[in-house]
Design a protein around this ligand. Structure first.
Ligand code: SF4
Length: 100
């Protein structure tokens, strides 16, 4: 309800302060969720809803960080590092980038 504070920022604050488990869907979370087949919605808010349905509540705070870090350092937007990705065997998108 604070002026200038959107849903993503509010989710980060709630999560980081341990007030409420949340997944803030930024560009990394959005992209990685789609590539891994965890979500298919067209908007961040809907992706957040989809993630909340499949990620157990106890794992929500960590899942938020894992998805962000994976997108920031491995599953890059333009050139994902699929050959070194530790979850490539689980990823339905790897063929798109590795020719598998
Ligand atoms: S295999 Fe490639 S596309 Fe899939 S999650 Fe890993 S880096 Fe991303």
């Amino acid at each position: 309800a604070l002026p200038g504070v959107g849903r993503k920022t509010a989710s980060v604050v709630l999560n980081e302060l341990g007030i409420e488990p949340a997944i803030a869907v930024d560009t990394h979370v959005f992209r990685v969720s789609h590539r891994l087949g965890l979500a298919n919605a067209a908007t961040p808010d809907k992706v957040e809803q989809q993630l909340h349905k499949i990620v157990p509540e106890a794992w929500l705070p960590k899942a938020h960080h894992w998805l962000i870090l994976h997108g920031r350092y491995t599953c890059l937007a333009q050139r994902p590092k699929c050959p070194g990705c530790v979850i490539s065997d689980l990823c339905p998108s790897r063929a798109s980038f590795m020719g598998v």
